[in-house]
Design a protein around this ligand. Structure first.
Ligand code: DGL
Length: 257
C-alpha cells in the first residue's frame, strides 16, 4: 500500500483534540483519520512533565499500529511536555504540535489585555515561556491557568450555570472590560466558546490554534508527498483509552460528523 493512502493519527488527553481534527477534516476531506482520546488519563494539565511525556509516547505507539503517515499532537500540554522528544525518537514521520496562538492575538490587539487560557502545565513549561519572552513587550499578556475546566468538557458539559460560574470564577481577578482577546491555549476550550462569549461579551476576540495546526499538517503532507490523491471522502475512526461508550458518543457529537 502506498504511504499516501495511510491515515493521519491524532491524539489528545481526551476529547479536546477533536476541535483540531474538525479543522483538519475541513482542510483535508479526502484523508482518513485515526483519533485517540486518552480520557482514562485526563486531565494531563495537572500531571508531571514526565508522566505526560510517557503518556504521549504510549499514544504515539498506539497510533503507529495503524500505520499513520503523520501525527498531530492535538494537545497543548502534551506538545509542551513531549514534542521534542517525540520528534527525535520518530524521525521518519512528521509530528505536528500545537501551542497557544499568541502571535495572531498580538497582531490583532495592539491595545488592551490578552488573556491566555491554558492548563497549568502549558503555562509553566519552557515552550510557553519562550513565546512569552518573544511577545511580552508587544502587548499586555495575562496567563490564566484553568485547572478543572477540562473535566466539564470531558463530561460533555459545554454550557449552563455550573460551567458559567466556574469560568466566571477563573476571570474574577481580572478586569473583564479591559480584555480585548482571549487565546484558547488548550484544545478542549473551543468547545465552550459560546459560554465564554456569554461571559465576556461578543466584542472580545476568541482565538485558537486549530486552523493554524491543520494548515501546518497540510504543509507537512505536501512537503513529504503524503497527500492522499483519492477523490472520495475519507473515514474517521475514534478510539478512547477509557473504553467507555458514553465518551465515544460525546466524541462523535463534538465532531459533528
Ligand atoms: N487538551 C489539552 C491541551 O490542549 C489538555 C487538557 C488536559 O488534559 O489537561 O492542553
Amino acid at each position: 500500500m502506498d504511504v499516501k493512502d495511510n491515515p493521519i493519527g491524532f491524539f489528545d488527553s481526551g476529547v479536546g483534540g477533536l476541535s483540531v481534527l474538525k479543522q483538519a477534516i475541513k482542510l483535508l476531506p479526502n484523508e482518513d483519520f485515526i483519533y485517540l482520546g486518552d480520557s482514562k488519563n485526563a486531565p494531563y494539565g495537572i500531571k508531571s512533565v514526565d508522566e505526560v511525556r510517557k503518556l504521549s509516547f504510549d499514544a504515539v505507539e498506539f497510533l503507529l499500529k495503524y500505520n499513520v503517515k503523520a501525527i498531530v499532537v492535538a494537545c497543548n500540554t502534551a506538545t509542551s511536555a513531549a514534542i521534542q522528544q517525540l520528534r527525535s525518537t520518530y524521525k521518519n514521520i512528521p509530528i505536528i504540535g500545537i501551542e497557544p496562538a499568541l502571535k495572531p492575538a498580538v497582531e490583532l490587539s495592539k491595545n488592551g489585555k490578552i488573556v491566555i487560557m491554558a492548563t497549568p502545565m502549558t503555562l509553566t513549561e519552557k515552550k510557553f515561556n519562550n513565546l512569552m519572552t518573544r511577545y511580552k513587550s508587544k502587548a499586555d499578556i495575562i496567563p490564566l491557568p484553568c485547572a478543572g475546566l477540562v473535566e466539564f468538557i470531558e463530561q460533555g458539559i459545554l454550557e449552563g450555570n455550573e460551567i458559567n460560574d466556574f469560568i466566571k470564577g477563573k476571570f474574577s481577578n481580572l478586569e473583564v472590560q479591559k480584555i480585548t482577546s482571549v487565546v484558547l491555549g488548550c484544545t478542549h476550550y473551543p468547545f465552550i466558546k459560546k459560554e465564554l462569549i456569554n461571559i465576556l461579551g461578543g466584542k472580545v476576540k476568541i482565538i485558537d490554534g486549530s486552523k493554524g495546526t491543520a494548515a501546518q499538517l497540510k504543509r507537512q503532507l505536501i512537503i513529504n508527498k503524503f497527500i492522499n490523491l483519492k477523490d472520495k471522502k475519507g473515514k474517521v475512526k475514534i478510539f478512547n483509552s477509557s473504553n467507555n461508550q458514553e465518551i465515544l458518543d460525546i466524541s462523535y457529537k463534538l465532531l459533528n460528523i
